[in-house]
Design a protein around this ligand. Structure first.
Ligand SMILES: [Zn+2]
Length: 99
């Protein structure tokens, strides 16, 4: 699966997984906000895939509302600074995967 840095809602990509409801049917990934869902061409939505670390949206600070992927392209030093200055292990872990 390709890692994408923006929040293109129209992003879709064919998946190699087959539908667990209709079995033979092909599936695809589609972005909904910060999440990427697995969809079947026949029966629609199947399940959410894990949110990519680059798609995680920061809810605080000077880049509030931006994704980690966006911040990485704008100000990578800020991400390095965040790791040392915040206590949220979940966010630190996501940033470390990106750097
Ligand atoms: Zn299906």
């Amino acid at each position: 699966m390709t890692i994408i840095n923006d929040f293109d809602e129209s992003y879709t990509e064919d998946s190699s997984e087959s539908c667990f409801k209709c079995h033979d049917s092909k599936t695809y990934y589609q972005r909904k906000g910060p999440h990427i869902g697995l969809y079947c061409y026949k029966c629609g939505w199947l399940k959410w895939k894990e949110q990519k670390p680059d798609a995680f949206i920061i809810g605080f600070g000077k880049y509030k509302g931006k994704s980690l992927g966006e911040i990485k392209t704008i100000d990578i030093e800020y991400l390095k600074w965040l790791i040392k200055n915040i206590d949220n292990k979940k966010i630190i872990n996501k940033i470390e995967k990106l750097l």
